[in-house]
Structure formats: structure tokens, C-alpha cells
Design a protein around this ligand. Structure first.
Ligand code: ZN
Length: 415
């Protein structure tokens, strides 16, 4: 019997899933909906022939367990849910590649691998309906803010706890999911890159160093409204001018940080009419870096720059934090194994940070050694029906990810 995975089968299954749960606008597997449940049934049918223990945990994550000689576990993760009008690969590639790896391991070890191997389908990674991503994995890691989540409401006015109830989940008990990590010794996740880095350097696969930390703030400059005709330029307290200077400054801050990114994503002016100098200008700033110290420096530099521009423009400035999260670096030894698996598969590897957050970030935060592998995204686009990856790259990623699973099993066994 074959002891290598069959990536062609994974691609065929992804297409089957697309036909089953997508429409002309893309994937429609929004968490806690009928289509999502259908996708999960599809998944259970795909593993029906394998000797797995299957159960849903307290947060609705599905666990597929292949018991090994040791209780220590290698975890492989992904998510069947999608955003509305999503792509055909985001999340489900990870899960279906995991299924293929379970098949290979089961065959190779006649149903009893040296360590326990578990595939997890996280519930509501995308947060498309309630605006809060990583639901299932953050419940499992213990990071989910219960008070915040309890109050979340979808567009129809349905509360998250009620939506969960309709699929058999008791909101108040979701953190009991944490016990699933008891014997977890390593976590690996495959994902499409969702960005252009691998495409630009023309490489199919990369080893992910961790997920970016984020500092997200609103910055408001306070000036004075004045007539646009009668107020000489040197007498103005122009809140927009100070905000506009921030726009070019954040590019210099990002450049100095090495690999960090900064975005001013919105700008609102008051009174916001064509005949008045701007009295109040509110911009939002999103800063991300893999290194906590450098992220802190980016934040301090932005704050200093805003004070300088406010002073020069004779306006005031105030800051309010919208959101923040620490960087989640992955495990050095697993990163090295990921690199090795990629090199053995296609010759060359590349190490890169992840801008988007992933379930892997939650597992890493819970203290489980973690790594992710990225496969190139065409157009560098995701969360869109045009999301795509070359089939030859999909084949390579299943092969390389399977190698990583093998190396990670040995690593788990040796630790
Ligand atoms: Zn995803």
C-alpha cells in the first residue's frame, strides 16, 4: 500500500466542496449556517473509512483523533468556514490536506502511529457573521473575551449565544474546549498566503515565522473651523494639515522598522464642507510587526510625530486605542522542520511573517509549539471568489505539509 499522500485527491475534494457549498459568487460556508453544517458533513463523510474518534468540543470545534502508541499529540488544524462570497481554498485546503495526511499515516502505521495525531476543524475562524474572528480557537486557548462575545449581534439582530444554541453549543461553557489541548505537543497548519510575497519572489511555499502583533488607534487632531476665503494661510489651525503630514510619515516609520507595516485606513473631517478649514480630523492607524520591541518603537514614533505636527500646525492631538494584540512568534525548531520539508519538496524555501491572524496564533498563545506553512496565492488575493493557487503548487503544498507532519511526529516523540 502507498505510504505517500495523494495530492490530486485533495484537489478533487476541494473542487467537490466548492460545488457543494459555493455559488456563482464564491464560497458560502459562513459559520453556524446550514451550508457550513453541510461542509462539515462532507468532511465527516470523507474520513468515514478511517479508524478515528470524532467529537465536537464545547466550542463547536470538531476533533478527529487517530490514537497512537503515545498519548502525546500532533495537532493539524484548519477551518471549514468561509467569509460570504469567499474563495475555494481559505481554510478548507488546510483541513482537506490534513485528511490526506491522516490517510497516509493510518496506512503507514496500520492504524497505530507512534504518537496520537488529531485533525481539528476550528469553528468560526472568519468571524464573518459576528465580526469576531478566531472564535473556536480563542475559546480553546482561553483568550476569548466572554463579556465582549456575549454581546455580539449579527445583522439580523441575533445574539452570538443564541446562534450557538441553535447549533447545540452552550455559550457559557465554550472555554471547556481548552481541555482538548491537554496532550498537545505540536500544532501545524497549512494555509494559502493571502498576500503577494511568495508570488513576487516566484516560490511556491514558505515557512511562517509567526503572526504580526497589532497596534490599532484612532488619532484626532483638533483645530479651528474658519472661513476658507477670509482666513489667511498663516492664521489657520488646520486639523487636516497635521493629519495629512502623518500620511507620509507612516511610510518612513514602516521603512525604519524593517518588515513592519502601517496603514491609515480612514479619515473623517469636521465640519467637512468645502468652504471651511477643518476643525477636527480623525484618522485611524493600524501598525503591525512580528517583533514586539519594534512594534512598540513604531507606535512611539507615530505618537511623537503626531505631537510634532500638531505643535507645528498650532492644533491639539489626542489618541485612543481601538485594539491591540501581541506578536505570536512560532516555534524555532518547527520552523526549521517546515523549511526542511519545503526544501526537500521543491528545492527552495522562504521564511515570512503572517500579516493576517490565524487559528495557529491562538494555539501558539496557549503555549503549544506551533508552525504554519504558506502556499503561494495567485493575484495575492483572498476573501474573494477570485482567490486561487496553481494546481501544481497545491500538489506541492500537500506533499511538503505531509513531510512536515512526519518530521513533527518524530519531533513530538523525541520530546
Ligand atoms: Zn483562513
Amino acid at each position: 500500500m502507498s505510504t505517500s499522500p495523494n495530492p490530486i485527491r485533495t484537489i478533487a475534494e476541494l473542487k467537490e466542496l466548492r460545488a457543494l457549498t459555493g455559488d456563482k459568487n464564491g464560497a458560502q460556508r459562513i459559520a453556524f449556517t446550514k451550508t457550513w453544517l453541510k461542509a462539515r458533513e462532507f468532511l465527516r463523510a470523507k474520513v468515514a473509512g478511517l479508524p478515528l474518534e470524532i467529537h465536537n468540543d464545547a466550542a463547536g470545534n470538531t476533533w478527529f483523533t487517530l490514537r497512537g502508541e503515545s498519548e502525546k499529540c500532533l495537532l493539524i488544524g484548519g477551518h471549514m468556514d468561509s467569509v460570504p462570497n469567499g474563495g475555494w481554498l481559505d481554510g478548507c485546503l488546510n483541513v482537506l490536506a490534513g485528511v490526506e495526511i491522516l490517510r497516509r499515516i493510518n496506512t503507514q502505521y496500520h492504524g497505530k502511529p507512534p504518537v496520537t495525531v488529531r485533525l481539528v476543524d476550528w469553528a468560526d475562524e472568519e468571524g464573518a457573521r459576528f465580526g469576531k474572528s478566531l472564535f473556536g480557537s480563542s475559546a480553546c486557548s482561553g483568550n476569548l473575551d466572554m463579556n465582549e462575545a456575549r454581546g455580539l449581534v449579527d445583522k439580523q439582530g441575533i445574539k452570538l449565544p443564541d446562534a450557538l444554541k441553535s447549533v447545540g453549543i452552550d455559550f457559557e461553557r465554550v472555554k471547556e474546549s481548552g481541555k482538548e489541548l491537554k496532550n498537545a505537543a505540536a500544532y501545524i497548519e497549512l494555509h494559502i498566503e493571502q498576500g503577494p510575497v511568495l508570488l513576487d519572489i516566484d516560490l511556491p511555499l514558505g515557512a511562517v515565522l509567526g503572526t504580526f502583533g497589532v497596534e490599532r488607534h484612532a488619532i484626532t487632531f483638533h483645530g479651528q473651523a474658519a472661513h476658507s476665503g477670509s482666513t489667511p494661510m498663516n492664521r489657520r489651525k488646520d486639523a487636516f494639515l497635521a493629519a495629512a503630514r502623518m500620511s507620509s510619515e507612516i511610510y518612513r516609520i514602516a521603512e525604519r522598522s524593517g518588515n513592519g507595516v502601517c496603514t491609515i485606513g480612514s479619515c473623517n473631517t469636521k465640519p467637512g464642507i468645502v468652504t471651511s478649514v477643518v476643525e477636527e480630523c480623525r484618522i485611524t492607524l493600524d501598525q503591525r510587526h512580528l517583533d514586539a520591541a519594534r512594534l512598540a518603537t513604531m507606535f512611539t514614533e507615530a505618537k511623537a510625530a503626531s505631537n510634532r505636527f500638531a505643535k507645528e500646525g498650532n492644533v491639539n492631538v489626542s489618541w485612543e486605542r481601538i485594539w491591540q494584540i501581541a506578536p505570536r512568534p512560532f516555534n524555532e525548531e518547527l520552523i526549521a522542520l517546515c523549511d526542511e520539508s519545503i526544501r526537500e519538496t521543491c528545492g527552495q524555501s522562504h521564511r515570512l511573517p503572517s500579516g493576517p491572524l490565524h487559528d495557529a496564533a491562538e494555539v501558539a498563545a496557549a503555549g503549544v509549539p506551533t508552525v504554519m506553512m504558506f502556499v503561494q496565492s495567485l493575484h495575492g488575493i483572498s476573501h474573494n471568489k477570485i482567490e486561487d493557487t496553481k494546481e501544481e503548487h497545491l500538489e506541492l503544498c500537500v506533499t511538503a505539509f505531509d513531510k512536515l507532519a512526519g518530521k513533527a511526529m518524530n519531533w513530538v516523540k523525541a520530546h
